[in-house]
Design a protein around this ligand. Structure first.
Ligand SMILES: [Zn+2]
Length: 434
């Protein structure tokens, strides 16, 4: 697709006149580097030194082959030897980061943990099984006035518009007190429909122009004719909006998660969709499904980017995968039971099915990659299915209501219940009670 063609691994330029750096990392990257992802920064490989001798050769190879580099990788970038792995730090150089393996599981040095793993927490009481555990809820997208720009908006007849970012925020706000009542500390990565990034599309004018030029669009149009414009991706306006609401916004959230909130787990809350065409006259789908994502399944051309290669190593070496998979499987089981939805089947090659439920995939999304703690990304419900549209229209209510031919709970409560029950099942299995 053109979007990925344009945004994959292209150079950045200095954007002048931007707000000064704030407490968090808010400066746009100012190095022109062809082997970084768009808006990515040159990685600090020395941060991986904390993982020296914390993993054996076999554990490393297993995670690389079955979770992270499932589509293969170049031996020029990652050389796995008996006692160490050598990872190229910067494309075009001969500089390698050398990771020493532990000789055996019993020789492993202790892992510097991201926070509190549930099995390391003190015993809990039965009514507060999540006590001492910090969960950040990340309501996907922006919503409100931004939803149209994000293309996460549609409207049918006189009904209120459906905006994914508003639905996910509502779920987060309902989920927070439920998790708190179980003892968890809960933070919201955003608590309204405003962006967390200090930038706006106009800040990305120059970068958008550069990306299009790199993609071979010599003389791009400035503006596009609405969401149905088939050539919109080749315009400056569409590209700079995408850089704002997708790339810059998610990077800023990662900064909040990693440097400010520092939770033990992030749940990225989303609703899925099938293509709906014209947002003012959308196609309703008969399909409805559920799936969950954890980080992994990097494509070879993603591993070629210096920053993504380093971020992949962070995820692999921090050993967040076992916890992410176990939590995702637990929530998949309870959400499948609550919703009755079948698993989504990808038609693209960028995912790897993992676990036993059939609902969980590894995929290299920016959020699951950049959030340094265990992260599970939830994709229940097709927003533009006939059934879900009726349920969203019905809003939140107590008990059951006859909607789309069946008595059902409110879609928001069903989502929240599925997540809460999954986490409770996971903690019941993992954390001993007092
Ligand atoms: Zn979404």
């Amino acid at each position: 697709m053109f979007r990925s063609l344009v945004l994959r691994g292209l150079a950045l330029v200095l954007v002048s006149g931007l707000p000064a750096a704030r407490a968090l990392e808010t400066e746009l990257p100012n190095e022109a580097a062809t082997h970084l992802s768009t808006l990515g920064r040159a990685p600090d490989w020395s941060e991986l030194d904390q993982y020296q001798s914390t993993i054996t050769h076999d554990e490393f190879v297993h995670l690389l082959d079955f979770v992270y580099a499932t589509h293969g990788y170049s031996g020029d970038l990652i050389k796995v030897e008996a006692e160490e792995a050598r990872i190229l730090t910067k494309d075009g150089t001969e500089d390698y980061f050398v990771l020493q393996f532990a000789k055996s599981p019993s020789d492993r040095l202790p892992l510097v943990h991201w926070g509190s793993a549930p099995d390391k927490l003190p015993r809990a009481t039965g009514d507060k099984p999540l006590a001492g555990f910090h969960i950040a809820l990340d309501p996907g997208h922006l919503g409100g006035e931004w939803a149209k720009m994000e293309e996460r908006w549609f409207k049918i007849g006189e009904a209120a518009p459906v905006r994914e970012g508003d639905l996910t925020l509502r779920v987060a706000q309902m989920l927070k007190p439920r998790l708190e009542s179980l003892g968890a500390k809960v933070s919201l990565v955003r608590n309204n429909s405003e962006p967390t990034t200090p930038y706006r599309p106009s800040d990305f004018e120059e970068i958008a122009r550069r990306l299009l030029q790199e993609a071979g669009i010599a003389d791009p149009r400035e503006n596009f004719d609405g969401p149905a414009d088939p050539e919109k991706e080749k315009t400056i306006a569409w590209q700079r909006e995408l850089l704002f609401y997708r790339n810059s916004e998610i990077r800023r959230r990662a900064s909040l998660v990693n440097y400010q909130l520092q939770p033990d787990l992030v749940l990225c809350l989303h609703f899925n969709a099938e293509p709906w065409g014209d947002p003012n006259d959308p196609t309703l789908s008969e399909k409805n499904h559920l799936h969950l994502l954890v980080n992994g399944s990097y494509l070879p051309n993603e591993i070629e980017l210096d920053d993504e290669r380093c971020e992949m190593l962070h995820k692999l070496l921090s050993r967040s995968f076992p916890e992410e998979l176990a939590m995702a499987e637990a929530m998949a089981t309870t959400m499948a039971k609550a919703t009755g939805l079948p698993p989504y089947r990808y038609k693209t090659e960028n995912v790897t099915s993992i676990g036993a439920t059939g609902y969980v995939y590894a995929r290299n999304l920016m959020a699951t990659r950049l959030y340094r703690c265990p992260t599970v990304y939830l994709e229940p419900y097709v927003m533009n299915s006939e059934e879900v549209f009726e349920r969203v229209k019905a809003g939140d209510y107590e008990g059951l209501k006859l909607i789309a031919g069946k008595k059902r709970p409110s879609i928001f409560r069903e989502y929240v219940d599925g997540v809460v029950e999954g986490l409770m099942a996971y903690f019941k299995d993992t954390r001993p009670l007092r």
